[in-house]
Design a protein around this ligand. Structure first.
Ligand code: NAD
Length: 479
């Protein structure tokens, strides 16, 4: 399967004819190739976007909205094809791609197709001065969207949909590890009638293709989701060029469980919040803190449930845990299991590679639970981003709050309790962009989404995203 760039509504080979192999995580085999695009391709994408901008930015909101909603409907109509492609490219269970990834990608277009028709700007009457101010929210121009491999189409469209809804034209790059559904999206955009050049998709490595987007002098904003180190690098390049930047980065999220919670609900959700998508969701709660009075019970029940999860080929409907995304990522995650042992962590279950019959070279790993005695260890401080969680007991609110906040990250936190006062106090004090109480990853697309500290700057979601993708201009009229 050969993937091509999507530029000016057309599919084309990389101009310098360089390619990268595309691997299937389920069997470790190369199953296609993708462009290794250079600045020449990014320039071509930019030129197409620039040419499309005058017309697209003046297209009525009703027309933009109709096109976005059409894209959403077409994604829903092709859910089987997209889910199968996502599962094959990423290693995630097909059931997850069908239930979460593709429906959410469709929702992103539908949501922003509707949101743009409700997006209003402010006006201020300067009473006593005989003047009125009003704010224009104008599209920025050509913007860059760069996304990671863990939720490929879901996160790619989470950026593209608000960018084009707001009237920008886009040069976008999906992860080189999972390019397939981004490639298929181009066809859908053409079918939905998106004018050529409004969205351009270039494939390739971060250090060359991604870097060319970030460095491009006329791409005026970068919306990036990925690792913290990459985000820091992008900020170093883009800041002196005065680009608008939105950075959604890594996490090391606490999952705090109090004895007064609804135990069964907590237990089932905690299995999901630990291991959904092989633990490769930036929002997974990888540090589990449990109130001492229920710790032993939790440990027993949690390990039993985790041990029962089925690791298997992603295309099998019964699979709970598919393959990790790549060989190098599998090695990184296994490296952390070795570190945990050196740090005197106790492996309560998992810890080993899994050989799935017929797919011996796939990147499978048992879901792993590690008991730690201190939060001051590498497995509790560094982002592992795999099917590995730690558990440890706590006794007081103060103690657990201190541990929860004592990491460099601050993306999300989950709290399990029925005590209202505690809920309010801890939610106030947790250093995170998102706090879930008695639930996990429940998403309302109108809410601000993003992290604090090393988890990023800026917020996506709802009108926050539309504000990011527009420039505010105040007009003051004296009468
Ligand atoms: P990554 O940083 O390696 O890559 C992300 C994207 O950036 C890819 O498309 C990559 O090609 C590109 N890139 C790499 N170097 C670049 C450069 N120099 N210039 C421009 N682009 C460059 O991250 P990843 O391994 O793909 O994804 C995993 C990371 O993403 C984890 O840290 C995870 O926590 C984070 N993540 C965060 C969120 C969030 O919303 N905060 C969501 C999902 C994933």
């Amino acid at each position: 399967m050969t993937i091509q760039n999507y530029i000016n509504g057309q599919f084309q080979d990389p101009l310098e004819n360089n390619w990268i192999d595309n691997y299937s995580p389920a069997n470790g085999e190369i199953y296609g190739k993708i462009p290794s695009s250079t600045t020449t391709d990014v320039d071509a994408a930019y030129t197409a976007a620039k040419q499309a901008f005058p017309s697209w930015s003046k297209t009525t909101l009703e027309t933009r909205s109709r096109i976005l909603i059409k894209i959403s409907e077409l994604l829903e109509a092709h859910i089987q094809r997209f889910a199968a492609a996502e599962s094959k490219d990423n290693g995630k269970p097909i059931s997850l791609a069908k239930a979460v990834d593709i429906p959410r990608a469709a929702s992103n277009f539908r949501f922003f197709g509707n949101a743009i028709t409700q997006f209003a700007s402010e006006s201020h009457e300067s009473v006593g001065q005989g003047a009125v101010n009003y704010t224009l929210r104008q599209p920025i121009g050509v913007v860059g969207c760069i996304s990671p491999w863990n939720l490929p189409l879901y996160l790619f469209t989470w950026k593209i949909a608000p960018a084009i809804a707001a009237g920008n034209c886009v040069v976008a790059k999906p992860s080189e590890v999972t390019p397939m559904t981004a490639y298929l999206l181009g066809e859908i955009c053409n079918e939905a009638g998106l004018p050529k050049g409004v969205l351009n998709i270039v494939h390739g490595l971060g250090t060359s293709t991604g870097q060319a987007i970030v460095e491009h002098k006329d791409i005026k904003a970068i919306s990036f989701t990925g690792g913290t180190e990459t985000g820091a690098h992008i900020a170093r390049v883009a800041a002196p060029m005065f680009k608008k930047l939105s950075l959604e980065l890594g996490g090391k999220n606490p999952n705090i469980i109090f004895a007064d919670c609804d135990y069964n609900d907590m237990l089932n959700t905690t299995v999901r919040s630990s291991f959904a998508n092989q633990g490769q969701i930036c929002l997974c709660g990888s540090r589990i803190f449990v109130e001492a009075s229920i710790y032993e019970q939790f440990k027993k029940d949690f390990v039993a449930k985790v041990s029962a999860l089925k690791v298997g080929h992603p295309s099998e409907e019964s699979t709970n845990i598919g393959a990790l995304v790549s060989k190098s990522h599998l090695e990184k995650v296994m490296g952390y299991i070795a570190i945990a042992k050196e740090e005197n962590g106790t492996i309560l279950c998992g810890g080993n590679k899994v050989t799935v019959k017929g797919y011996e070279n796939g990147y499978y790993l048992e879901p792993t639970v590690i008991e730690v005695t201190t939060d001051d260890c590498r497995v509790n401080q560094e982002e592992i981003f795999g099917p590995v969680v730690t558990i440890m007991p706590f006794t007081t609110e103060e103690e657990v709050l201190e541990m929860a906040n004592k990491v460099k990250y601050g993306l999300s936190a989950t709290l399990w309790t029925n005590n209202l006062k505690r809920t309010m106090q801890l939610s106030n004090q947790l250093q995170a962009g998102i706090v879930w109480v008695n639930t996990w990853m429940m998403r309302d697309l109108r809410t601000p989404f993003g992290g604090v500290k090393a988890s990023g700057v800026g917020r996506e979601g709802g009108f926050e995203a539309l504000r990011f993708f527009t420039e505010a201009k105040n007009v003051c009229i004296k009468y």
